[in-house]
Design a protein around this ligand. Structure first.
Ligand SMILES: C[S@@+](CC[C@H](N)C(=O)[O-])C[C@H]1O[C@@H](n2cnc3c(N)ncnc32)[C@H](O)[C@@H]1O
Length: 341
């Protein structure tokens, strides 16, 4: 998605987007056939006007149908172009830093066109600042937020994640309902760029843009270690007050209310064990939902495209989504007593 506007729009997009991974600022667009032409295009950008030589730098290259043989070499040439531009301007070169650079340059190379971007986000935006450990296969925060939005959940209705793991969906749903900016507790790449305007940034940080609701959220998991992680994360995100967490098997627990939205991200692949195990589990899950969740809209996010067949319920909606490189679906089942089968 592309957009334009004053720098304040860029600050606000970084602070408020729950679903974006990064906000990139386009600094060059060029046609190329060789590494030398990529170097020339990168050197034509006035980098010393964009950030100071004391900033550490990292260059990332992504290519699709590029004729260049080595992306590593293309990366090196772009880094050289940026460094040479600094050397020409001030006699010094910025240091390269892979792990935690101040400034990130992204290059996208297609068959004959290339684009250079300065990364205004820094660390990817799914890093909200509340997760200290990566835990057991958590959803990325921006994917979890997107899933919650796709369910159409409104803060006035109960929300349940009965396979909550580290609680990503619960944290994101609660933060949304509380009107919290997802980036309130982190820093951004734009703070390291020359045109950074601290006064505008402070004003945007202070603005309240979203209404504050008092939601009712519920989380459960059969694994007590997952619940410990969920509690830690909810507390770190400052939303534990709105979420009730308990140990329960999804096949046995009751619905916390007469109607609401249930969202689960069941284990998938090796971690769930054999295919037979899944084939035994899903029909029971379908039966449990019919028995206990009449009146609820139940969503499952999974890479297992056999789920509707195994659960023996007809989805009212299937939304294709990508979890990294893994093709997934968000299935919706509207649970109405006595129907669906
Ligand atoms: C893929 S993980 C969920 C990850 C979570 N969405 C997150 O972002 O952290 C699946 C979770 O389902 C839980 N689980 C597996 N079988 C269950 C069952 N029968 N009842 C409740 N939870 C179960 C596992 O303990 C695990 O925490």
């Amino acid at each position: 998605m592309t957009f334009g506007g004053a720098w304040g729009v860029c600050y606000a997009a970084n602070l408020w987007s729950r679903v974006a991974s990064r906000v990139l600022w386009k600094v060059a667009d060029f046609v190329y056939r060789s590494e030398d032409e990529v170097y020339a295009a990168a050197k034509a950008v006035n980098w010393p006007a964009l950030f100071g030589v004391e900033r550490t730098l990292r260059v990332n290259v992504t290519a699709q149908k590029s004729p260049l043989r080595s992306l590593e070499f293309a990366t090196l040439r772009i880094k050289d172009a940026v460094s040479d531009r600094f050397r020409d301007a001030c006699g010094r070169r910025p240091d390269v830093e892979r792990a935690n650079p101040d400034v990130r340059v992204h290059a996208f190379l297609e068959a004959s066109r290339g684009t250079l971007y300065l990364d205004t986000s820094g660390e990817p935006l799914f890093k909200r600042g509340w997760r200290k450990d990566s835990g057991d296969a958590p959803l990325r925060e921006n994917l979890a937020a997107g899933i919650v939005m796709l369910t159409g959940w409104q803060p006035g209705e109960p929300f349940l994640d009965p396979m909550c793991g580290g609680g990503t969906l619960l944290v994101e749903a609660a933060a949304m309902a509380r009107g919290r900016a997802p980036g309130a507790n982190r820093s951004f790449g734009f703070e390291k760029l020359s045109w950074f305007d601290a006064a505008t940034w402070e004003r945007i940080r202070q603005e309240r843009r979203m209404p504050e609701h008092s939601p009712t959220l519920f989380g459960s998991d059969s694994d007590p270690r997952a619940l410990d992680a969920a509690r830690r994360h909810l507390a770190a995100a400052g939303v534990e007050r709105w979420v009730k967490v308990e140990q329960a098997d999804i096949l046995e627990r009751d619905a916390p209310g007469a109607a609401g939205v249930m969202v689960a991200n069941p284990p998938y692949g090796e971690r769930m064990g054999s295919e037979e195990e899944l084939a035994r589990f899903y029909p029971k899950l379908g039966d449990a939902l019919k028995k206990k969740f009449a009146g609820w809209r139940c969503f499952f996010f999974t890479a297992d495209l056999r789920l509707p067949k195994l659960i023996r319920l007809e989805p009212s909606r299937r939304t294709p989504l990508w979890n990294g490189a893994l093709e997934c679906r968000l299935y919706e089942f509207k649970m109405v007593a006595g129907t669906n089968r």
